[in-house]
Design a protein around this ligand. Sequence first.
Ligand SMILES: [Zn+2]
Length: 159
Amino acid sequence: MTCRDVIDRVEGFAAGDQQPDGAARAHLETCPRCASALADAKRIETFLTSWAAPEAPPRFTAAVQSRIRRQNWQSEKRVDHVFNAAMVVAALLVLVGVAGMFNVEMVVVGAATLADAFALVGAAAVEKAAPSMATYVAAMGLLASALGMWWWTDGTFDR
Ligand SMILES: [Zn+2]
């Protein structure tokens, strides 16, 4: 048994996680360096166990909870913005769809205008949604349903 073997296990001996076997005990009895390392480890162990776990400040839980609430509220607010933007896009799509029933030429112009509006609203929505992937996915879902409404109205009224 070398000093290295004993030193590696000294912390375990001091903490009581493991008991020194015969060879380790014999080494500790004859090697002052390892014996003193064990004594040090025991002192540190005693100090640490006697040191009471620090108590959380009295308002800690309340402060953490209100912080979580605030963050939830902010992310909901972000969803609201994206939802509103998606609703505006959906309304525009429906308007263009209705206009299409009366004038095909208007649709072409409207589509160009809508494309611009869509790019603007879309960029704003993505900017707001960037910190939250879930929000972004929700916005995509809303945009997809808006497009679904567009195809639905288009198909229904053309007949
Ligand atoms: Zn030793």
